[in-house]
Design a protein around this ligand. Structure first.
Ligand SMILES: [Zn+2]
Length: 129
């Protein structure tokens, strides 16, 4: 587990987060993930601390609820509930500022076929995600 810092593009929203990048990241081909080029890692919601700009965050959707900066539009994370009701947070990896790109390039990626509501399998192709 490492601690990183991140922000939205305009830097009104800044945060600190601790998680284990080597535990894996994910991409999905559903409409929302495709439109936002969503590449995320599951983090424990207790491990993400908004440092500034909490009041700048707007939300979209219900589960997961996407949180984005209302000023610059950068999506920072999604907050949802697992089927068992456990809170789950997906952090947008592109918002991390002090993560070495080489480290990110080596992180394992899982792909989900969200387009067909199949989150237990990879889509037929995923090179574009
Ligand atoms: Zn912003």
């Amino acid at each position: 587990m490492k601690t990183y810092h991140g922000s939205c593009e305009c830097e009104k929203v800044t945060y600190e987060v601790s998680f284990d990048l080597s535990a894996g990241t994910f991409k999905c081909n559903c409409r929302m993930c495709t439109k936002t080029r969503f590449w995320a890692a599951a983090v424990n919601p207790d491990q993400l601390k908004i440092l500034t700009g909490k009041e700048e965050l707007s939300t979209y959707w219900d589960n997961p609820m996407h949180h984005f900066c209302s000023h610059c539009g950068t999506k920072v994370f999604g907050l949802g509930k697992s089927p068992s009701g456990k809170p789950m947070m997906a952090l947008v990896l592109a918002t991390l500022d002090d993560l070495d790109p080489r480290e990110l390039a080596q992180a394992p990626v899982s792909y989900f076929d969200g387009k067909h509501d199949r989150f237990d399998r990879a889509p037929e192709f995923s090179g574009h995600l």
